[in-house]
Ligand binder design. Structure first.
Ligand SMILES: Cc1cc2nc3c(=O)[nH]c(=O)nc-3n(C[C@H](O)[C@H](O)[C@H](O)COP(=O)(O)OP(=O)(O)OC[C@H]3O[C@@H](n4cnc5c(N)ncnc54)[C@H](O)[C@@H]3O)c2cc1C
Ligand code: SF4
Length: 572
């Protein structure tokens, strides 16, 4: 797919450039190419072709040199990535080696990155929930950030649009705080998850729910998915290796091959975008400067419109690094707010327990992306706690085989051949909204550069008092809910962890109506540079509790539609 022989200005000129090929960049590329624009996608990492570049996808456990564990030398080269649950022997090649990609932690922050064609779309856990008006109206109502320039009705048709193409499994649950989508059949909850759902419904009068986790899996593909070359998810749950069935949505299985089929896509891996080029006379961006990752050669590419989709913090880095006489502090940064009001999700609390009932049921359920999801129930209609906003939570129940592996010889053999099914174990993890603040920021450390001459990113954000109170409430409420359900051995886990492992960093280039207090308008377009759009997590004004990637997809599709219409009217 790559084209490495581009040498003349003409050959380096496109209608559109997309920076980054992950979830949001893949969507921008699909939409731009489908609308007939010759589009260059620049990706700093290596190419990963669907199926052929998934080296571990069909390996048996005994075929791995370290039976799934990560060798010490690799752990040491990736001490931060190593904290991510998915950094295992079968998927570690999709994570960056931290030592090769340094950054400055002014405060501890675990920055989890996947630098390759497809970005983190290969690694994600595929949880996909729509935001509601409780989220878009939140900053205005609670006064903790600028008002979102859009409401749910503005983005709802675009959620439908991306859901149909990506394939989202889910049930119509009819909850205002978690709008229903255009779903493929949802996966059933297992017996204990369903039991807990009933307990909450009875005990809390319909105000707390467990729903089947909505996820980007083809539970029953439609023709549009088969046309992408994808088939039904086989529930083998080896997704982070890359799925040869295309059972889950990734850029590699879905949007990028679709864009390629239009004949309008040029994908250039190993292309580190250094900055966006700005022409003072035209008052517009004209292209981007790229450092070839292999040769370190500088190359400029040109286009009429540029989509920055390098994932939230790298998008901030690129824009901060895009300096000119007009924009000495970074592209579009007249108000000095670029890089500020960054935030993340608070995943730092968990709780587990056991359940002695329903022993007649043996299965774990068939949701390939986790069992249940507890939508946010705090402070929805009115402020009712001593902290702002709220949290959602994962909830799942499983039984595993109890085997005594301390035995030897025939005893061990018997133990392995005749395992006994253990008790039901239940668990939940918190997914808390954090508040974007001006003192939470990313900035450039200009006197320190990486191997490709990019300034290092300095990251400074942390939990605050609101997060601490929210975490205490989560433990209290989940303990109460577990107790009501008759669960035993309830064990909270609030071990401290640095922000970042939620892998939902957002903000820094936030949307808003007022150019004095925001960087992007309601179309994800830079207020001060109309042909540059940002549709990844950097655009987010607040963080909500929902997983964010579905919203990035919807923003990307909506924003491309607007940009192409504006181009047709010669407004860009
Ligand atoms: C283990 C894990 C589980 C997750 N689970 C979920 C989940 O369940 N639900 C959910 O919504 N989200 C989840 N996420 C987060 C999700 O993966 C991200 O929100 C999503 O991938 C963001 O899309 P993106 O396009 O902004 O960034 P990415 O997918 O990260 O893509 C960005 C791309 O830009 C490239 N790039 C960066 N800098 C440059 C540069 N200077 N020049 C050129 N290219 C550049 C990168 O190499 C990368 O390929 C998870 C992530 C991980 C790792
Ligand atoms: S569970 Fe589904 S998406 Fe995941 S690897 Fe298996 S078939 Fe692919």
């Amino acid at each position: 797919m790559s084209n490495l022989n581009i040498d003349s200005v003409k050959a380096r000129t496109f209608d559109a450039i997309v920076i980054g090929s992950g979830i949001s960049g893949g969507w921008a590329a699909k939409e731009l190419t489908e609308k007939g624009l010759k589009t260059l996608v620049l990706e700093r990492g290596k190419d990963v072709k669907h199926v052929v570049d998934y080296p571990t996808t069909n390996m048996y456990p005994y075929e791995f040199d370290h039976r799934g564990e990560v060798p010490l030398a690799i752990q040491q080269a990736a001490p931060i990535a190593n904290r991510c649950y998915a950094f295992r022997e079968d998927a570690m090649h999709f994570f960056v080696k931290d030592k090769e990609h340094p950054y400055i932690q002014e405060k501890p922050f675990d920055w989890i990155r996947g630098y390759q064609v497809g970005g983190k779309s290969l690694l994600w856990a595929r949880q996909t929930q729509r935001w509601s008006d409780f989220d878009f109206e939140g900053p205005g109502r609670d006064g903790f950030a600028v008002d979102w320039p859009i409401r749910y009705k503005d983005i709802a048709p675009w959620y439908t649009y991306v859901e149909k193409f990506a394939g989202i499994a889910g049930n119509k649950d009819g909850l205002k705080e978690l709008p229903d989508g255009d779903f493929l059949p949802g996966y059933p909850l297992n017996a204990v998850e369903d039991y807990f759902k009933q307990v909450l419904s009875t005990r809390y009068g319909g105000s707390r729910h467990v729903v089947s986790a909505r996820c980007a899996h083809l539970s029953k593909p439609n023709q549009i998915h088969i046309d992408q070359g994808r088939v039904q998810c086989q529930n083998r749950i080896l997704c982070q290796r890359g799925c040869p069935f295309g059972g889950y949505f990734s850029s590699n299985s879905s949007t990028l091959p679709w864009a390629e089929k239009t004949g309008n896509l040029t994908l250039r891996p190993f292309s580190v975008v250094h900055s966006v080029l700005y022409d003072e006379e035209k008052g517009k961006a004209t292209g981007v400067k790229v450092i070839d990752a292999n040769t370190k050669e500088e190359i400029d590419f040109y286009a009429k419109v540029i989509f920055v989709n390098a994932a939230a913090l790298n998008t901030n880095l690129i824009l901060l690094n895009s300096v000119s006489n007009r924009f000495p502090n970074g592209l579009g940064n007249d108000n000095g707010l670029l890089g500020k009001f960054v935030a993340f999700h608070n995943y730092s609390a968990r709780i587990s327990a056991e359940y002695d009932g329903l022993k007649e049921y043996k299965t774990d359920g068939r949701n390939p992306a986790g069992g249940g999801y507890i939508p946010r129930f705090r402070n929805i209609l009115k402020q009712e706690t001593n902290f702002l906003r709220g949290y959602a939570a994962g909830f799942s129940a499983h039984r595993s085989m109890d085997r005594d592996l301390s035995k030897i010889g025939n005893d061990l053999k018997n133990e392995l051949l005749n395992p006994v099914l253990g008790p039901w174990r239940v668990g939940s993890h918190m997914m808390g909204e954090t508040i974007p603040k001006e003192e939470s920021y990313v900035a450039l450390e200009t006197n320190k550069q990486d191997e490709w001459g990019m300034p290092l990113l300095k990251i400074s954000m942390d939990y605050d008092d609101n997060d601490v109170k929210m975490k205490a409430d989560y433990i209290e409420q989940l303990t109460e809910m577990f107790t009501e359900a008759g669960f035993t051995n309830i064990t909270p886990n609030t071990a401290s962890q640095a922000p970042g492992l939620d892998i939902h960093e957002m903000g820094g280039v936030r949307m808003g109506n007022d150019p004095k207090t925001s960087l992007l308008n309601k179309w994800n377009q830079l207020h001060q540079c109309s042909n540059v759009f940002v549709t990844d997590g950097a655009c987010m004004t607040s963080t909500s509790t929902q997983n964010p990637s579905l919203t990035y997809m919807a923003f990307a599709a909506r924003s491309v539609d607007y940009a192409v219409n504006e181009m047709k009217k010669n407004n860009l």
